[in-house]
Ligand binder design. Structure first.
Ligand code: SF4
Length: 549
């Protein structure tokens, strides 16, 4: 098996040698070996590629000179004793560039023949050209941007309510039919022209052919993928976001499974809120026609707490519970549900439907359906106050800013999915350093005198800053106020990316921290609505969905 990484790779040449080949977008469990071989700031694809090639001894591999990271990957793999072919790829499809690339391809034929001991066959080469079919009938979601990890692409295909077209840089490959000749020069003239005239990737100088990717009336949404430490695609994303009115979700692939869970939540929320197709969600609340008591439940399995809400058929909250999430998601959900049932004096068989949400939602097997926390928080917040247009949900391990329309439908959302700064975990870490309880933390900062700025955006560095402030004998009240300001600035940085509109509501456990709420209000220049039980907003949304289905 020969591996390759780029759509400009002349893989049909490998057919000419009778070889098998595979486009490689591997996800690495970790990059421990790659980290010893190359700087951490090369693009995450290159690190995952090095890690996988070295671990699996993936040989031989054909690279193109896509960018500096790939050049360095070539150096590293060669130094590790791998068989690597490198093709120097031009930046445009002008005549001289085609001549240069044709020479590269002819050299590749010579090099591969020497490596494999096989003879190149023009007939086998010509037979390799099957038409690339990505034919999709009707509306579809385009996955655009940079190459994407194989598992993530598979997940998107399996989860999307609409067909998926892979229009990422390596996904769109379009070549014609070769001329019926065995003249190698003539064949390679044609082939080079075809390779370089494909829908351009963002590395090319003329990207006008990319227009066709977004001009299609059947395009109903875009998942725009970027790769960490690669900036080819950031500009196109900004342009698309500005100029198209189809829903766009930007994600970043880091080629490791670590952020996969959060990425999946964001993708599911995007699909749930698409305005198209059979799975369209109408977030209007129905009043049950018959008022005999039918109870429904929502369970929010979060990283820190598991919350349950039970509603009656008039959508009144009958009871709720908030319990810590232990090591076992399913057991915590059962406990929270039982606790809410006990409070309501109900038994499980009186609950007609259960919907789950939160990180652990898919692991709860006694529910009818699971829905992302983005959708559930939006529905819960709209239910509590239909004037709300921005929900700031600060949870235990992440924070989200969700924009709603007047029907409570999600217009857009952003999620801090990379670090704990600006989350409940961050506040817990700071409370620990200060020797305060979470309850004390929530009010201490209100009595501040000196303005202290915690400048570090990273929780670990911010903790060191707090330790230095304690050592400098700063007052606890002032340090706590500085911490609250830091959480508020993180929220603003997150929400500011898409614009925040009043009325504002804070949900999640951190909403009980008055100091943080005041700091957010000060930054927004506006009052913020804090529901009576801010932790149960997601579970409430889930229970409402259960009552409508
Ligand atoms: S960005 Fe272009 S050159 Fe780089 S791998 Fe993708 S298709 Fe190939």
């Amino acid at each position: 098996m020969t591996y390759y990484i780029c759509k400009y790779t002349p893989v049909e040449i490998l057919d000419g040698f009778g070889e098998k080949y595979r486009l490689y977008n591997p996800v690495a469990q970790d990059c421990a070996r790659a980290d010893q071989l190359i700087h951490r700031n090369v693009c995450s694809f290159s690190r995952a590629l090095i890690e996988t090639c070295v671990k699996n001894n993936s040989n031989p591999i054909v690279l193109t000179s896509c960018c500096d990271s790939i050049q360095r990957t070539y150096d590293v793999l060669q130094a590790e004793g791998h068989k690597v072919f490198m093709l120097y790829l031009p930046h445009n499809s002008q005549h001289c560039s085609k001549l240069v690339y044709k020479e590269q391809i002819l050299k590749f034929i010579r090099d591969y023949a020497a490596y494999s001991g096989k003879k190149f066959s023009c007939a086998k080469f010509r037979a390799a050209f099957k038409q690339n079919s990505q034919s999709v009938v009707g509306g579809y979601i385009g996955v655009m941007g940079a190459r994407m990890g194989e598992k993530m692409l598979e997940f998107i295909k399996n989860t999307s309510p609409l067909a998926i077209r892979n229009n990422t840089c390596t996904g769109v490959r379009n070549l014609g039919n070769p001329p019926l000749t065995d003249d190698l020069e003539e064949l390679m003239d044609w082939y080079t022209d075809q390779l370089l005239s494909q829908t351009a990737c963002m590395r090319m100088t003329d990207i006008s052919s990319r227009r066709a990717l977004v001009d299609d009336p059947n395009l109903k949404g875009i998942i725009y993928n970027t790769v960490s430490f690669c900036d080819f695609y950031g500009f196109e994303y900004a342009h698309i976001k500005r100029s198209l009115d189809v829903p766009v979700l930007k994600i970043e692939t880091d080629y490791t499974p670590q952020v996969a869970a959060q990425l999946k939540t964001r993708l599911e929320a995007f699909f749930e809120n698409l305005k198209v197709g059979k799975n369209k969600r109408q977030f209007r609340y129905i009043t049950p026609k018959h008022f005999q008591q039918i109870y429904t439940a929502g369970i929010d399995s979060g990283s820190t707490s598991t919350n349950a809400v039970i509603l009656d058929s008039q959508q009144r909250i009958v009871s709720f519970s908030v319990l810590p999430t232990g090591a076992h998601v399913l057991q915590s959900a059962e406990k929270a549900f039982d606790s809410a049932l006990n409070k309501a004096g109900l038994s499980q068989n009186q609950i007609s439907r259960i919907v789950t949400t939160g990180y652990g939602r898919t692991n709860i097997d006694f529910c009818e359906k699971d829905v992302t926390e983005i959708t559930c928080h939006a529905i819960g917040a709209h239910f509590l106050n239909n004037a709300v247009r921005t929900v700031i949900d600060i949870g235990g391990q992440d924070s989200k800013v969700i924009h709603l329309d007047e029907d409570g439908k999600v217009l857009s959302f952003v999620m801090n999915d990379k670090c704990a700064a600006g989350t409940g975990r961050f506040l817990e870490m700071m409370a620990q350093s200060l020797g305060l309880t979470i309850q004390q933390m929530s009010t201490y900062g209100l009595k501040w005198e000196e303005q202290i700025t915690i400048s570090s955006m990273c929780s670990v560095f911010a903790q060191s800053e707090v330790v230095s402030l304690i050592a400098a004998d700063k007052k606890l009240e002032d340090i706590v106020h500085g911490i609250n300001q830091s959480v508020a600035s993180k929220v603003m940085a997150l929400g500011g990316r898409t614009g925040m509109k009043p009325e504002y509501m804070i949900t999640g456990g951190v909403a009980k921290n008055i100091g943080v709420v005041r700091a957010v209000e000060q930054r927004l220049g506006s009052k913020v609505i804090v529901p009576e039980q801010p932790e149960i907003c997601g579970a409430l949304g889930a229970a409402i969905i259960a009552s409508k289905d």
